[in-house]
Design a binder for this molecule. Sequence first.
Ligand SMILES: *[C@@H]1O[C@H](CO)[C@@H](O)[C@H](O)[C@H]1NC(C)=O
Length: 329
Amino acid sequence: MSSIKLAVLLVLGLLLAMAQQSMQLSLRNPTAEIQTSNCKIAFLRLGLVFTSDNNEKALLDSGLYEPDSENPSVDIAGRRFHIGTLNNSHIIYVKAGRHSVNVATAVQILLLRFRTSGIVFFGNSGSLDEKMLVPGDVAVPKAVAFTGIWEWKKFRSEKGHLVFGDFNYPENGENLLGTVEYEKINMFTPSEAPKEVFWLPITASWYDAATEALKDMKLRQCYSGKCLPGKPKVVFGTKGSTSDFYVRNKAYGDFLNKNFDAKTADTASASVALTSMSNEKLFVVFQGVSNVAGETSSNSGVSYLASYNAMLAATKFINSIPTPRLACE
Ligand SMILES: *[C@@H]1O[C@H](CO)[C@@H](O)[C@H](O)[C@H]1NC(C)=O
């Protein structure tokens, strides 16, 4: 057989396998059917994304989530997408797991496979500025950035933002680790040529809606007999730093605050932002502060309260968004 014939056969076989797979999927998964028909959908759901078991526990403990009685969930690529209502608003939620690859994958699947009006993320973060954010508070950032994309320079390079020698202890000096330059990230969107970006702004209309919906919000101060020392608050308009490493180092936290004016550090928000922006979808981020970088070690009660308060903020926001309806053609 010629190699061309072989290639044709191979492609045909692949196509057949793909068609079969998508048929199986739509049979097994009625929501896929709902998405592809223009008239059957009466509304768009909001996509709720978080990373951890603790986040999910907060959602379920609240008693506000009600699974759909007919199609409570769909499994795709090992992730479970839960369909239901959150205090009567229609949502789909997914626990994405931590770090950029997992978070971006879950968000992308959600956006491709389900009709959603946008992505609401809630999760935990570390405060980089104790004067502004303490454990139990919720930050609603205005912009987030990946600060873990490094170009690691040679020893004695003239360039680089982060100079390891500045952190030598007890006295600063030269350090073989040299310096690190912070890189921008490629952003791909359907309507523009790929570009390099650093700050990823939260969708302005949703950020504004969040400031309105959450302005007098009461957060929870105690959990199972343990209370935060002060009344937790919502802080708007901060900047958030995201990297695949969680920052528990005070010197580095201070560096991020000083150089980027970042008030929180987490491992997910910028992934949610980049993926949503790539799909030209609305998104917003709520970060429960579970510790102060390098100072307080996060205790599990406080960390849970941070999750719970971020979940409450997300719920309040979601309830404030009118359910967008799709016109039936
Ligand atoms: C749930 O919705 C009700 C009525 O719309 C509202 O009063 C209540 O505050 C909401 N609960 C939460 C936790 O947001």
